[in-house]
Design a protein around this ligand. Structure first.
Ligand SMILES: O=P(O)(O)OC[C@H]1O[C@](O)(CO)[C@@H](O)[C@@H]1O
Length: 530
């Protein structure tokens, strides 16, 4: 794998709470008060929908049913300027080492940049990396096509966790309509052996391809599952590991140590939760084919260019990221609900949870100092219409305000009559009901309304549209992280639990509880009993 010379960002941007815009936004919030009402806002401004909605590449967004005004947006844009969001964006795109705690560049955008395309400001080494990206992409897509043509391989088992699982799994489900029939894809992530055992039970070694996906090739869950898969393969009489196992990793040596020599690499400047576009996307390429995979990359690149070039006021990732800051820091909303109105997007909430909460769930600034304001909200959700029959009650009549985010797709890819119009009508109706409410004398039947929602509309769930949608979210998370002055690209918060699990595992066998807190000791002893 190639390593490049990296340069760090030299000037520290102004921290958001030390900008001029920050107190102005607080004052603006006090002026709006709790009296701001969406119904009145629409009645008094016939242009509200036009002003607060926009077409971005492959995605239309309606932000007008949110609890803000044009003035809010102007102030938020001023905040973004003062925090140096455009400069931070440009630093990321040109390959500066903005992931300062790991001294790494953040260049997932390079994975979807067309070959040979230099961007203004590219740091030395970026062009060479782009060549490597395309050489690897070509090799990986050629391999995917060979697997697709190989009738002996009936099952592909992708083993990985976190960013090495959620992206490809979400995308394979989303692009089901593009998938060639006949080959089964399985995703195994949990170290819980029930998951792997259930998959293996239906397989035959000579017809199975295992993909072991791990950026580091050290993640305990993935290594345990990979070892068990190898042991199962050999126990079934499987011999040709090079044909039946491939590793997707930056750690080629680690894969070799496990006996896996068919490998597709990527680079340390691709964060795990940003790695769908790299070799980690191989199961998707096998599912939809090389041409469709390239379409997805092109859709993401179109969004990258929009993010790079559009003025802040018409830049959709910027507008969404600033809306998130407004809700979190000025309106005090602690969570956001994700409701994709498309069954294919059923794993999108899980994917976005990692993207947003692992990226921006941080409590210190770049210098390691605690920040005195809130950062990432809790993200949660389920596909519509299912969520309507579960937790939407709380969105409509609960005591907390939870902004809802709806994604809908204009055209369906199935031919069942009636379903899609019903689905779209429900998506529209929920956003409408949240906003309009319903006045009833009976308190139980009263809907207060004035509850916010954002509506994203795709024309069709094509590979390109999915690529654009995911890139939109990546950049939106970047924007709020840049305003908060945190490092959106490390994840030290996952380390402690891993260390403690390593200590506890042998204690489960030995029963040694020395030095443990009473609760952990008590639980461990119960787990050992009988
Ligand atoms: O791809 P790897 O190295 O196995 O890591 C898997 C996941 O684990 C994490 O490091 C968190 O534990 C994620 O950031 C990452 O996506």
């Amino acid at each position: 794998m190639g390593f490049r010379t990296i340069s760090t960002v030299t000037t520290m941007p102004t921290r958001c709470d030390q900008t001029v815009a920050w107190p102005l936004l607080h004052a603006h919030r006090s002026r709006l008060g709790d009296a701001f009402d969406l119904r009145t806002a629409f009645a008094s401004d016939p242009h509200r929908f036009d002003a607060l909605s926009q077409q971005a590449p492959l995605c239309f967004a309606d932000l007008s049913k949110n609890l803000w005004t044009a003035e809010t947006e102007t102030l938020l844009q001023r905040l973004a300027e003062e925090c140096g969001v455009p400069q931070q964006r440009d630093a990321m795109l040109r390959g500066a080492a903005i992931n300062q705690t790991e001294q790494r560049a953040v260049l997932h955008t390079l994975l979807r940049r067309p070959r040979g395309l230099a961007l203004p400001g590219d740091l030395p080494g970026v062009a060479a990396d782009l060549e490597r990206v395309h050489d690897t992409l070509d090799a990986m897509l050629a391999y995917a096509e060979r697997v697709r043509a190989d009738a002996a391989i009936t099952d592909v088992v992708h083993i990985g966790i976190g960013g090495s699982d959620l992206g490809p799994q979400m995308a394979v489900l989303a692009l089901e309509a593009q998938r060639a029939p006949g080959r089964r894809l399985h995703f195994v992530s949990n170290v819980d052996g029930h998951e792997l055992a259930a998959v293996l039970a239906g397989l035959q070694a000579q017809h199975t391809l295992f993909l072991i996906a791990s950026k580091t090739f050290t993640t305990v869950e993935t290594m345990t599952n990979a070892r068990s898969a190898l042991a199962w393969f050999q126990a079934q009489g499987g011999q040709d590991v090079a044909r039946h196992f491939a590793a997707l990793t930056t750690n080629i040596e680690g894969a070799a140590a496990l006996g896996i020599t068919t490998t597709f690499g990527f680079w340390d400047w691709v964060g795990g939760r940003y790695s769908l576009w790299s070799a980690i996307g191989l199961p998707l390429a096998i599912a939809i084919g090389a041409a469709a995979f390239r379409e997805m990359l092109a859709g993401a690149f179109a969004m990258d260019e929009h993010f790079r070039l559009a003025p802040l006021a018409r830049n959709l990732p910027v507008r969404l990221g600033l809306l998130d800051v407004w809700y979190r820091n000025f309106m005090g909303f602690g969570s956001r609900c994700i409701a994709p109105y498309h069954a294919g997007l059923r794993r999108l909430p899980a994917y976005l949870q990692q993207l947003e909460m692992e990226s921006n769930g941080k409590r210190v600034d770049m210098a390691g100092q605690p920040v005195p304001y809130s950062t990432a909200p809790v993200l949660w959700g389920e596909p519509g219409t299912n969520g309507q029959h579960a937790f939407f009650q709380m969105l409509h009549q609960g005591t907390d305000i939870v902004p809802l985010e709806i994604m809908a797709v204009r055209r369906a890819t199935h031919a069942l009559p009636g379903h899609h119009a019903q689905l779209l009508a429900n998506a529209l109706a929920q956003a409408q009901a949240l906003m309009l409410g319903r006045t009833q004398a009976d308190g139980h039947r009263h809907f207060p309304g004035n509850r916010p929602s954002t509506f994203l509309l795709l024309d069709a769930l094509t590979p390109g549209a999915l690529g654009a949608l995911v890139a939109l979210y990546e950049h939106r998370v970047f924007v709020s992280g840049a305003v908060w002055g945190i490092n959106s690209f490390d994840q030290w918060g996952v380390e402690l639990g891993k260390v403690l699990a390593r200590d506890l595992e042998p204690r489960l066998a030995s029963g040694d509880v020395a030095g443990l807190d009473p609760s952990t000791a008590g639980l461990l002893q119960r787990m050992r009993a009988a």
